[in-house]
Design a protein around this ligand. Structure first.
Ligand code: MN
Ligand code: MN
Length: 467
């Protein structure tokens, strides 16, 4: 039939983005829904980078990974993890092929936007006790008002003893809260710009209102301090050596009548961290040496000892190379990295900030981003066409549904990932991850099929041999 023939020619010539539902079919969709259950458990257990490291170690140990320290030996077949200060984790598995062929690396971050307590947080004002905060990462401040918040983190006492705190996640726990202005008195407020109306210094946490009996001054604050001492043995000075964060209270939930999506805190970037971790564990038979790195501090620029710019990554790769008799420079030159971070999903409600021909679409699979950066590709490592072609082949041969994407319109904002820090170490790197709606909001939304395609993409990447 001539008509059908021309159709197939058009199909061959034309690239058309399709959804996972159209391309992969019912079986994959069912698997995606199942996979999402494990992910939701991970999200609920891992709201901070410290919790994400602990939960990842639990999963890795159950899969036979053991703790490793610098100086320890390693050999082919070993499944090891390196815990960097409880906030950054490396899983690596020594493959049977020569180490000079390079390492297959995925890198996701496990820190998320939130409100951190200041070092001197506690004060009383008009018989109300508050905690001062300094927000972490890029937030739209108004989104964090008038909602239940949970306190997560650690207090490290002078003695070195660490007190772990999680308040607000159990149904019977109290939560923390930031007040907002009532509409009846907001006439002047609503004419301000969002930046003027919502200021960082006003994100103060309501933490108590009952005075300590018999106290003369700051009685409510003393009441809170008494509670903290009785419950945790901590004093006001202990806040100085604490890392306490406010995150949205509550669990991740399915979204939509069809349960096709998940809303939860910290999809960025746990929706890439969990697939990286589980794909690494499930790509056990790969001949390559494989590595999964879960980094901290991405949301503030990847600086510091636990961030992607720390020399820890190259120190570890160097140690692996030497232990296996390889050449460190060759290992790096021949390694490949998928920087697994989230993409911004096209939102019809805010259509004007996206360029729809190059935006990531919900349900269209894992999103590959050749370059990030802002206005004129500033600050991007820009993956090579050769690397993109290699990844295309890897994903297509494995039947993974994928799409390419760019973050918003050219002259609008932009953003960065850890890709450039890996690439700067002479490791071929490209961004590949899950698309997110309402990115950086207290509760973000992702698609279950996109999540699962990212897992399938990472698994294919760990195994792929292009000879
Ligand atoms: Mn991210
Ligand atoms: Mn982010």
């Amino acid at each position: 039939m001539p008509e059908k023939k021309s159709e197939s020619k058009a199909e061959k010539l034309r690239y058309q983005k399709k959804t996972v539902y159209e391309k992969a079919g019912e079986k994959i969709v069912r698997e995606a829904y199942d996979y999402a259950n494990g992910y939701v458990n991970f999200l609920n257990a891992a709201k901070t980078e410290r919790e994400a490291v602990a939960e990842s170690i639990r999963i890795a140990e159950a899969a036979g990974y053991r703790a490793w320290k610098f100086g320890n030996p390693m050999k082919v077949g070993d499944k090891l993890y390196y815990n960097n200060r409880g906030k950054n984790l490396f899983l690596f598995r020594i493959g049977s092929e020569p180490i000079d062929n390079g390492i297959r690396i995925t890198g996701a971050h496990i820190d998320s936007p939130r409100l951190d307590l200041k070092q001197n947080p506690l004060y009383e004002d008009h018989d109300l006790c508050f905690l001062k905060t300094h927000y972490y990462g890029g937030i739209r401040k108004y989104q964090w008002l008038a909602m239940p918040l949970a306190l997560h983190g650690v207090v490290v006492k002078q003695s070195g003893e660490t007190v772990k705190i999680v308040i607000g996640e159990n149904e019977t726990d109290p939560v923390m809260y930031i007040t907002d202005l009532l509409p009846h008195l907001a006439q002047n407020e609503v004419t301000k710009t969002v930046t003027q109306a919502f200021q960082g210094e006003k994100l103060n946490i309501l933490a108590g209102s009952r005075p300590l009996e018999g106290a003369e001054k700051d009685a409510v604050k003393l009441g809170v301090l008494t509670y903290l001492y009785d419950a945790y043995g901590i004093t006001e000075e202990d806040f100085q050596s604490a890392e306490l964060s406010l995150v949205p209270a509550g669990r991740a939930r399915d979204v939509g009548f069809d349960r096709s999506m998940i809303c939860g805190y910290g999809h960025d970037d746990r929706c890439c961290a969990y697939p990286s971790l589980t794909a690494m564990i499930d790509a056990d038979e790969s001949l390559h040496t494989t590595m999964c790195t879960l980094v901290d501090k991405e949301e503030t620029g990847s600086d510091g000892v636990t961030g992607a710019q720390s020399s820890i990554t190259v120190d570890l790769i160097g140690e692996i190379a030497r232990a296996l008799g390889g050449n460190v420079a060759a290992v790096r030159a021949n390694s490949k990295c998928l920087s697994s971070d989230v993409a911004a999903i096209y939102d019809p409600n805010f259509a004007d900030v996206f360029e729809e021909r190059n935006a990531a679409m919900l349900g269209c699979g894992v999103a590959m981003c050749k370059f990030t950066g802002a206005r004129g590709k500033s600050g991007t490592s820009d993956a090579s066409a050769e690397l993109v072609a290699w990844v295309r082949r890897c994903l297509n041969e494995a039947g993974v549904v994928w799409q390419t994407c760019e973050l918003g319109k050219v002259d609008l904002g932009g953003g960065g990932t850890i890709a450039k820090y890996m690439a700067n170490q002479n490791i071929d790197t490209i961004d590949l991850g899950v698309g997110v709606l309402s990115m950086h909001a207290p509760f973000e939304v992702i698609s279950k099929v996109d999540l699962y395609e990212s897992y399938r993409a990472f698994r294919a990447f760990y195994r792929f041999r292009a000879e």
